[in-house]
Design a protein around this ligand. Structure first.
Ligand SMILES: [Fe+2]
Ligand SMILES: [Fe+2]
Length: 246
């Protein structure tokens, strides 16, 4: 039994959104997903998909993408990404009813894996615009947008805390924390998300959303404040699921 994670499948079986334009790694990426997930993940394993599942704008445009995910081996747990328009956070219960026993949607709830609680939310972080000088050094940024971002961070932090509290009330003391957005941006060393990870003593923080070579080092990777930080964007992993726990 093992716990794996992979993010940003960006499927588009029902929409016209070829990903090839984003680089070679995205060429027939759905074939790679099927091949590698089938090779790595066993039916008794758990696979957390950390958001940006589908380009469909509503559930009816995501049916084939979700069916593709459903057909992958293992128990599948889904997190909301910024592109998952089909998933209204307030209607997560409805999705969980509809897909019961097939897919689990992680939002204001938690899932369990052995004696761990899997908690999570989309998260958020200020992504600019930043003003750079000729050497690429940050000289400033859009402060109004930064203020707006703080509100979104607060809302996501509330949702994450709900997830932690429900797991704690159910008796869990060990946690794996999932985010779609990176826990920190290029200006930050820590954030409300790293602080809550520390507060609950999480074993690992797993996130994705960062695409392309130049973005892979935007946030924390490796050991930090007692937790292991893992970037699991599909293109970063060439669509091979990352092992989170054996
Ligand atoms: Fe993405
Ligand atoms: Fe994203």
């Amino acid at each position: 039994m093992a716990l794996y994670a992979l993010g940003d499948l960006h499927l588009s079986f029902q929409t016209n959104k070829p990903m090839d334009a984003f680089g070679k790694v995205w060429r027939h990426h759905e074939r790679k997903i099927r091949k590698y997930v089938s090779r790595i993940v066993k039916p008794e394993d758990t696979l957390v998909l950390t958001g940006d599942h589908s380009w469909g704008r509503k559930l009816e445009e995501c049916r084939e993408d979700l069916a593709f995910i459903e057909a992958l081996p293992g128990r599948k747990i889904l997190l909301r990404g910024n592109h998952d328009m089909f998933w209204d956070a307030k209607k997560t219960d409805r999705l969980n009813e509809e897909f019961q026993g097939r897919l689990f949607f992680l939002q204001n709830n938690f899932a369990s894996y052995q004696d761990y609680a899997l908690v999570g939310t989309k998260g958020y972080t200020f992504e600019g615009p930043f003003w750079l000088d000729r050497q690429g050094r940050i000289m400033g940024w859009d402060e109004e947008k930064e203020q707006q971002a703080k509100k979104l961070v607060d809302r996501e932090l509330d949702r994450l805390r709900t997830s932690f509290q429900k797991a704690e009330q159910a008796g869990y003391r060990k946690f794996i924390m999932f985010l779609h957005y990176p826990p920190t941006n290029i200006l930050e060393k820590t954030s409300p998300f790293t602080r809550i990870a520390r507060e609950y003593g999480v074993t690992a923080v797993v996130y994705s959303h960062c695409h392309g070579e130049s973005r892979f080092s935007d946030s924390i990777r490796g050991s930090f404040q007692g937790a292991e930080y893992l970037l699991v964007s599909g293109d970063y992993l060439n669509f091979r699921p990352a092992l989170v726990l054996p």
